[in-house]
Design a protein around this ligand. Structure first.
Ligand SMILES: NC(=O)c1ccc[n+]([C@@H]2O[C@H](COP(=O)([O-])OP(=O)(O)OC[C@H]3O[C@@H](n4cnc5c(N)ncnc54)[C@H](O)[C@@H]3O)[C@@H](O)[C@H]2O)c1
Ligand SMILES: [Fe+2]
Length: 402
């Protein structure tokens, strides 16, 4: 839980958060389709930038994914420096190490090539360097006064939507607590959704990250802060995931499914950057913090459980999603439509190999996880607050031994 949450009253915090996220947000210029990443690099060169910090991770460098973009930038006279020290769920230390390179090399722009971890690390570096802050000093709402260094993103997973959101999630090096940097200034100037870059994404990462996108879409759709635009993006993202995720997992070379998933992730990002997420993220952040469980996997496991708890309160919205996704007809009773929607999510998890339970959750951690999840959930515009007993039963239900 961010430090500022402890300092401010709950209502003041929520009002400030609502004011920031519901205000019109900048949108990145988007390049979509085959060669989108190359076209983004051409655009960076046209902007007259001279030296770009590439933020990525070592596995991606080993596969050779960032090299095409680097080569194109270099051919166009833009020099590059690579920071490949990003790790999943990047820590403050990981971000500060990249920040030192950014300062020492006096780069005039940052290009993230990677999943949400690389994009989030790059976002914090770009705002920190422009404001003379450390990564930790960026944590909270709108901590930067000056615009971020020009920032660009090439997502290599289809899930987080970080290429369009005002948030960056980093974690404390010691406690592994998730820390959120929330500022419209970290929204990239431009991004590329390039399905070719996702061709080699392993099926299990495709599955987990795709379920992160679905979680963003559904949680934002049922939340109480909504706008017609947010609902439209949430609906569209939900249908795109339900129609394409199994295909992308079964055949990574299916470029149609890959592109649809990249667009789904982007739409879901547009939805939740305004309407936020809810208890699925509140619980999954604790599983990520305690056990390094991948963010998408944790969301995938928790999502149907939370929907079972909220199926009455959020029934109208869930029934709308069922109809929009052609799982039923609007003449059917709401409860039947809701049942069909939740069952479709259970079935999707089964089809893409998401386990129902995990043996990582330790009995002695359950109370701590529940307490932190309830506190985080209270910071989102959720359909209703969960009771402690409900949340405890949910977490116990995720345990293999339960
Ligand atoms: N800023 C936001 O709005 C937002 C939203 C949701 C999640 N997040 C954060 O994003 C992070 C998770 O990001 P993620 O799920 O994209 O995963 P990730 O960036 O942590 O990457 C996971 C693994 O996949 C590998 N990988 C990525 N792309 C690949 C490719 N094309 N081919 C082969 N391997 C590839 C990476 O090397 C890494 O080992 C978490 O820290 C989460 O908190 C941020
Ligand atoms: Fe997420």
């Amino acid at each position: 839980m961010p430090v500022f949450f402890k300092e401010w009253g709950y209502r003041a915090y929520l009002a400030l958060k609502k004011g920031i996220v519901m205000a019109p947000q900048p949108r990145p210029a988007m390049f979509v389709g085959r060669d989108a990443a190359i076209n983004l690099c051409e655009s960076i060169a046209h902007m007259g930038l001279k030296k770009i910090l590439i933020v990525t991770d070592k596995p991606l460098m080993e596969i050779g994914i960032p090299q095409h973009a680097i080569a194109r930038l270099n051919v166009r006279g833009v020099s590059t420096v690579v920071y490949d020290g990003v790790k999943p769920d990047p820590t403050v230390g990981v971000v500060d190490a990249g920040l030192e390179i950014l300062k020492a090399e006096a780069c005039d722009g940052v290009l993230a090539i990677g999943g949400g971890s690389s994009i989030d690390a790059a976002k914090v570096m770009a705002i920190a360097v422009a404001n003379g802050l450390t990564a930790m000093e960026c944590v909270g709402l709108k901590k930067g006064k000056e615009p971020a260094l020009p920032l660009f993103a090439v997502p290599t997973t289809a899930g987080t939507g970080s290429e369009v959101t005002l948030a960056a999630v980093i974690s404390d090096d010691e406690t592994h607590e998730k820390l959120v940097v929330a500022d419209p200034k970290v929204i990239p100037a431009a991004a590329a959704l390039d399905p070719e870059i996702m061709r080699g994404l392993p099926a299990h990462i495709t599955a987990a990250t795709g379920m992160d996108a679905l979680t963003h879409a559904v949680e934002s759709y049922i939340n109480t802060w909504d706008t017609p635009e947010c609902l439209q993006y949430g609906r569209s993202a939900t249908r795109l995931v339900l129609n394409n995720l199994e295909r992308a997992c079964a055949n990574g070379d299916d470029m149609g499914a890959r592109e649809s998933m990249a667009i789904a992730s982007y739409y879901a990002g547009l939805a939740f950057t305004t309407c936020l997420v809810g208890y699925v993220h509140a619980v999954s952040h604790q599983l990520g913090g305690h056990y390094s469980m991948p963010h998408g996997l944790a969301n995938a496991m928790v999502l149907p459980h939370v929907l079972e708890l909220l199926k009455d309160t959020a029934g109208e919205r869930l029934a709308e999603l069922a109809v929009y996704c052609e799982l039923g007809d609007e003449s059917e009773p709401q409860a039947d439509l809701v049942r069909k929607f939740i069952d479709r999510i259970w079935a999707l998890n089964e089809a893409i190999g998401i386990p129902r339970t995990t043996d990582v959750i330790k009995d002695e951690h359950v109370d701590e996880i529940v307490k932190a999840a309830l506190k985080e959930g209270a910071g989102y515009p959720v359909p209703r607050f969960l009771e402690r007993d409900e949340c405890t039963a949910l977490v116990q239900g995720l345990r293999s031994a339960a």
